[in-house]
Design a protein around this ligand. Sequence first.
Ligand code: AHR
Length: 500
Amino acid sequence: MKKAKITFDRDFQVSRIDRRIYGSFIEHLGRAVYGGIYEPDSPFADEQGFRRDTLELVRELRVPVVRYPGGNFVSGYKWEDGVGPREDRPRRIDLAWTVVETNEVGLNEFCDWAKKAGTEVMMAVNLGTRGPAEAMELLEYCNLDQGTALSELRKKHGYPAPHGIKLWCLGNEMDGPWQIGHKTAQEYGRVANETAKVMRDIDPDIELVACGSSGSDMPTFGEWEATVLDNCYDNVDYISMHRYYGDSERDPKSFLANSVDMDRFITDVANVCDYVKAKKHSDKTINISFDEWNVWYHSSEQDKKLKPWTRAPHQLEDVYDFQDALLVGSMLITLLRHADRVKIACLAQLVNVIAPIMTSDTGCWRQTIYYPYWLTGKYGRGIALRTLIEAPTVETKKYGQVSALDAVAVYNDEAEELVIFAVNKDLEEDLALSADLRQFAGFHVLEHVTIQDEDLYAVNTEKNPDRIVPESSGASAVENGTLKTVLKHKSWNMIRLAAK
Ligand code: AHR
């Protein structure tokens, strides 16, 4: 059997993990809001029309933060359309997704939903068709206590207490030519800076995310970040990153190797941030909000056939397979390996639209990608440790030779647990993995959970929701201070060890 080794040390820490890296995203798009979280006519609806079954799964995922309301949608959105009496709310065209937006759900309802789901709201402002004035007004409406026109309007709408939203995105994907109100880096950098300044004047406690590139493959990537940050460095806290991967070529080796691109992308963005920091002789570090990441390609052809101007169509409804779960697992490992710079990340999205949770009239179910997201979010808490990997390689068309193993060790100092997340990307061969436990002497294996299947393309469906599920069947043991385990070919693994 091929051999691999990982080395880590309690004292060699990447960083304490910000729990917000397990965030997600709900956009007014397809059936994410209407039919996903809100469906007043459903037997699952609660007194406010929110689907109880979806809420239960979101709570199970313990999602710390949910980005809202877009996405491309936000760049044409008037937040005022979604507040006040429902019967007065306009039906609007949504140019981003060529659909009709009914505004039955707006920011107040979303904040209610977030409370029920036990999550925080990460709100995006429209810097496509709008600017600083409307962003100021939205913030006043959301966060000011009382005594001003818009805080009083919120109260009149039935929300006496401010929403206290702390995390704000300054627009969405403004580098993308598809974006409503698309801008050059210079144009966007100026608007982002002016918007950030006035928003901070209203509420000095907020954190602000400037738009970075929509992907590592954008022609403006690099220069975009440098120019944007040149304009707004002092007034923002994070730069965003977005990245989706697909496998229309049916080349699983290259597909599973996409974490290599994600890893480089993060390193490059951090380097550009630090270049601007050096240029400005600044003491401040800009960190990363990786606020859209996932696999996205299964629904692309289907979506081209959609009739325009309908309400909440089945849009971007990717049905995820087993290999998608492996890549999502690897992407989570990559985020953890960069926990020193990535402080926020959002799996895009949460319900129905490129999502871990799917709903129908008769209930909801967990897609394959649900499981690595759930388990990494649940157990990947504490401190990410520098994890050195020695492993055989896999030959790929897209990236050449890449490591067959993605792995990271996390030390949960509160629970006194050591957790290893690992993906064996080799499609045929198992890996015998060893790790010298050093200062983790006395730790023993609590469980070794795996997600493994012979069929890369197996999916969970409404009729067969448990085709791909995690199993506590991995073989791991500690022998003379060394963890010894076998990582099955094409498998996701979580090995938990504890002192007691
Ligand atoms: O998540 C789907 C879309 O992907 C978002 O609206 C946009 O920001 C990105 O291009």
